[in-house]
Design a protein around this ligand. Structure first.
Ligand code: CP3
Length: 367
């Protein structure tokens, strides 16, 4: 099969393009990860998380693990958003139990002026090799999603030197308010890097792409448009939207961005991801068919009893509306969590979730 033909199960791609579907497709952010014992086993063999990301065979192995357990409608490349700043020379490492860190955070003006966009086919070759390997291993079963962080979210890590949530993003926001020129320079170079990176993933076989703007919701109303959305708009405009004769849909997800939904829907993406704080039905009315919507179960709902998990899944489907799946309609809903799955999630509940999304949406109406 040529790497560009539509997969056997193309429900996810059709929902993103608001074409008719028989049921609501589902995948989960961080679906390959520490809640699966087989992931922890492969990670042990790799030595650590970064080695796992940098080894295309092992990255392929863990990408496929959740698909062997659950009837997911898409695979997502196993990697991390921070491989891009790593390729820019910042020296990514993961301190055990502390999350990601950079050896050389971006603080000095000279270092910021020296920043350049890496060639993804050279400095991120291992990601492109993983994409190609995963496409081969999937054998045309379900589509493969590629991804990147947004320039703002990457800049948060690059300037803070790690996760900024513990310090209220003080360092990166000080730069934003004091030296907007430097902040814009970082975002400008990073937007070029992300555009090149996503286009290289598409050329290597990614059939849809997603931009994770995990920290966009930490910005003020005015700053969001200037420092996050504007750069995502530039990336979307620069993406190869077609590969091998197939449309490659693009999803934009700003965590905490529900209030900016209309503005996000206007940047030219095919779908907008939502966290659990926004009502899907209302969101659907607000975008008025301009884009598909992805989301938005609270990941913590997966800790309830299986019956409650199923009830919450039905509630999310019903909030989107009665023509989400079934009846050959074209609702444009992709079911997902509102953020990444927790490492403590019981895998049995994930099966209940996935099966409920399929069975409830197949009924002809999502009730
Ligand atoms: O969705 C998937 O299954 C694909 C894999 C994926 C990972 N990270 C694997 C990962 C994706 C899409 C990401 C994106 C990512 N990485 C984001 C954006 C999405 C979000 O969650 O907001 C961010 C902010 C990061 C940065 C990052 N990577 C952090 C903050 C951490 C540590 C947090 C934690 O959960 O421990 C990581 C590590 C990471 N990335 C893990 C995985 C499976 C856990 C690492 C491990 O195995 O020890």
């Amino acid at each position: 099969m040529s790497p560009s033909t539509r997969p056997k199960n193309d429900t996810f791609l059709r929902a993103l393009l608001r074409e008719p579907v028989e049921y609501t497709p589902v995948w989960l952010m961080r679906q390959a990860g520490r809640y699966l014992p087989e992931y922890n086993e492969t990670r042990r063999r790799a030595g650590n998380f970064l080695n796992l990301c940098k080894n295309p065979q092992l990255a392929c192995e863990v990408t496929l693990q959740p698909l062997a357990r659950f009837e997911l409608d898409a695979a997502i490349l196993f990697s991390d958003i921070l491989t891009v700043p790593d390729a820019m020379g910042l020296g990514l490492y993961f301190a055990e139990g502390e999350g990601p860190k950079f050896e050389r955070p971006l603080r000095e003006e000279w270092a910021i002026r020296d920043l350049t966009a890496p060639d993804p086919n050279v400095h991120l070759r291992y990601v492109m090799d993983a994409v190609a390997e995963i496409r081969r291993a999937l054998g045309g079963s379900v589509p493969l999603i590629g991804f990147s962080g947004s320039p703002w979210t990457l800049a948060c890590y690059m300037v803070e030197g790690g996760s900024g949530s513990a310090t209220d993003y003080r360092t990166v926001k000080t730069m934003l308010y004091d030296r907007p020129d430097l902040m814009h320079h970082i975002l400008d170079v990073t937007a070029t890097a992300v555009t090149d990176y996503l286009n290289a993933q598409i050329e290597s076989g990614a059939q849809a792409v997603m931009i994770f703007d995990s920290w966009g919701g930490a910005l003020s109303h005015a700053a969001y448009r200037e420092f996050s959305l504007a750069y995502m708009q530039r990336i979307v405009a620069g993406l190869k939207r077609e590969h091998g004769g197939e449309r490659v849909p693009c999803i934009v997800f700003t965590k905490g961005g529900g209030q900016w939904l209309e503005a996000i829907a206007d940047i030219g993406c095919d779908a907008v991801g939502l966290d659990w704080t926004t009502d899907l039905g209302e969101a659907r009315r607000r975008v008025g068919g301009r884009v598909a919507l992805q989301g938005n179960l609270d990941p913590m709902a997966l800790f309830a009893s299986p019956e409650k998990v199923a009830a919450e899944a039905r509630r999310v489907l019903d909030s989107f509306g009665t023509d989400a799946g079934g009846g050959n309609s074209s609702g444009g809903h992709v079911f997902n969590l509102g953020h990444g799955i927790s490492q403590f999630t019981p895998p049995e509940n994930v099966k209940v979730l996935v099966d409920t999304v399929h069975s409830h949406s197949r009924r002809g109406s999502a009730r």
